[in-house]
Design a protein around this ligand. Structure first.
Ligand code: GLN
Length: 195
């Protein structure tokens, strides 16, 4: 089972490492043709405006929408979550516009640009150490979206069918359980059944 990491900008190597720890093969995706070779895709953190621009430049917008139509799982972390969202507060245009969520970029403000917290995530037994870096939060979710985690009453992890999104960076710690959760989703949608 191969899981791609969109490698236009951002924390790519760290995700590939975590995918490996979760027992799947991680591949850096730089060209749209590579989407045919993978079973799931991670869109990493970085800067969403830059990632969005590069996605347009290298024709990833339609290619990833097609990937999603085939119900292949996609996991957006931090800026990747912003890129997945149908609505970005205060911004006219979304990027992929796939997931029925409204996000607020840089929601935690300058005071708390970066911080760590232990999060209870639905479907994962013990709390997960979460690293937030200029993190977005999810302001609103559609009726088909499941909220998996909140921090101080704000939504920071959610899932809509084959789409998963987290405000924080799960690839920056040794805790690979959210990658494992995603790998299980990929396995499930691939028809191999969850382990
Ligand atoms: N705040 C960034 C953005 O708006 C995301 C930060 C991150 O990915 N660590 O794109």
């Amino acid at each position: 089972m191969k899981i791609g990491v969109l490698a236009l900008q951002g924390a790519v190597a760290e995700h590939i490492r975590s995918i490996g720890l979760a027992g799947a093969e991680g591949v850096a995706v730089k060209r749209t043709e590579q989407l045919d070779e993978i079973d799931g895709l991670i869109i990493p953190g970085g800067e969403s405006t830059t990632i969005g621009k590069l996605m347009r430049k290298y024709d990833f917008i339609d290619a990833i929408r097609k990937f999603s139509e085939e119900k292949k799982p996609i996991f957006g972390t931090c800026a990747g979550l912003i890129v997945l969202a149908k609505e970005i507060a205060g911004q006219e245009e979304a990027h992929l516009g796939l997931m029925d969520i409204t996000v607020n970029r840089n929601a935690f403000g300058r005071q708390r640009e970066s911080f760590e917290a232990d999060l209870d995530i639905a479907g994962i037994e013990e709390p997960v150490r979460a690293v937030f870096i200029r993190a977005p939060l999810i302001q609103k979710v559609g009726s088909d979206v499941d909220v998996l985690a909140e921090y101080n009453g704000e939504i920071v992890t959610a899932r809509e069918e084959h789409l998963l999104a987290s405000s924080f960076h799960p690839e920056l710690t040794d805790d690979y359980r959210l990658h494992q959760y995603f790998a299980d989703m990929v396995r499930e949608y691939k028809g191999l059944g969850s382990k």
